[in-house]
Design a protein around this ligand. Structure first.
Ligand code: UD1
Length: 343
């Protein structure tokens, strides 16, 4: 029998590449598929530099049902998947909802159909988001917090994706699912061989900070300082991407060892600690020695005031917890930015 292989969709993207590294380092044989719409094959070089292994890679658009079926026919030894491939820009999703539903939902359905057709045990990890909670009524946020109506098509694709997986895990008893709800992933690998490569102007805070410090933008806009928080700016739970990546490997091992409760589980992945935007800026200035030019501007529509995770479930059941703090995460983000800008 061929040794089993793990499919990593979107494995050249930001979280996908860091998870690919952790999988390889834990001895998994992986196959990366990626459509390169928001990534490049250079990432394979970075993965090789860290692990000594160039993972198998196939350029594939998962919206092509035929191609997805062909992939599963050609790769009979696939036994698990970590499904990162999806569009992720909140603002863009509001203007292109159909593209978001087609890609994020269509691909998921094709993958699940191909898995069902195999008629074998299969482990599935889904990239979900804390965005499903909206502004939670209670903090820190547990997995029991109610799902709020999504603020964007992107957020809705995560909610619908979880529903599809839940329904399919009931009808296909050979399918095991873990949905991981990420809080705010930041930073990059400590080797500085892989990191975040945002397409166009970044919408997220940390890449905007590092790009501003690198001189690409003349200033950082801080969206609102009149929120009901300590310093008036919003609070988020910033988690180092390598910590996040490690949780995927733990989740996969749990399913493959048949240790799951039922065949559908959800875990929050965060540090459990909230930081304001101004705290992130101050911490960045401290670790980089760069004084950031920032300006308080109006609130960004759709932003929630405060979100940070209760991580007890992941701590207890997965035996996982975030090891790196905000300083470490920001240092790796800054080292990476300097490297790619030749600073
Ligand atoms: C955003 C998405 C969320 C998605 C996540 C993925 C929204 C409303 N939410 O989360 O659905 O899962 O990205 O990473 O877009 N900020 C500034 N100036 C900037 C950029 C951000 O002040 O230039 C502030 C924001 O107002 C927010 C914090 O920084 O308070 C974090 O913002 P961001 O990195 O965009 O993450 P989220 O909004 O939490």
């Amino acid at each position: 029998m061929l040794p089993s292989k793990i499919l990593v969709t979107g494995g050249l993207g930001y979280i996908g590449s860091h998870t690919s590294v952790e999988l390889i380092q834990q001895g998994f044989d992986i196959l990366i598929v990626d459509d390169l719409s928001n990534s490049s094959t250079e990432v394979l070089e970075g993965i090789k530099k860290i692990t000594g292994i160039t993972p198998e890679f196939i350029k594939l658009d998962l919206r092509d049902k035929k191609e997805v079926n062909q992939l599963f026919e050609d790769q009979p030894n696939l036994s698990g998947i970590i499904h990162f491939a999806a569009f992720k820009a909140v603002g863009e999703s509001i203007f292109q909802p159909l593209e978001y539903y087609e890609n994020n939902i269509g691909s998921l359905i094709y993958l699940l159909q191909a898995i069902e057709n195999k008629g074998q045990k299969f482990s599935f990890i889904f990239s979900s988001s804390c965005t499903v909670y909206g502004q939670a009524d209670q903090l820190p946020i547990t997995e029991h917090a109610p799902i709020k109506k999504a603020e964007s098509p992107y957020g809705n694709t995560k909610q619908i994706g979880e529903d599809i997986l839940y329904d399919n895990s009931r009808s296909n008893r050979l399918l095991k699912v873990i949905s991981l709800r990420y809080f705010n992933p930041i930073g990059g690998h400590s080797s500085i061989e892989i990191g975040e490569l945002p397409k166009g102007k970044p919408q997220n805070l940390v890449p905007f900070i590092t790009q501003t410090a690198a001189g690409i933008h003349d200033k950082l806009n801080v969206f609102g300082d009149d929120y009901p928080t300590l310093d008036g700016t919003c609070i988020r739970d910033y988690i180092h991407v390598v910590d996040l990546a490690k949780a995927h490997v733990v989740g996969l091992k749990r399913m493959m060892a048949d240790e799951q409760n039922g065949n559908f589980e959800i875990f929050n992945l965060g540090t459990g600690k909230g930081n304001t935007v101004l705290e992130v800026i101050k911490t960045f200035e401290k670790i980089s020695g760069v004084s950031l030019n920032y300006k308080i501007v109006d609130r960004r529509p759709g932003d929630i005031v405060e979100a940070f995770a209760n991580t007890t479930k992941a701590n207890k059941i997965l035996g996982w917890e975030a090891e790196n703090d905000l300083e470490v995460a920001l240092k790796t983000a800054w080292e990476w930015e300097k490297k790619i800008r030749n600073i």
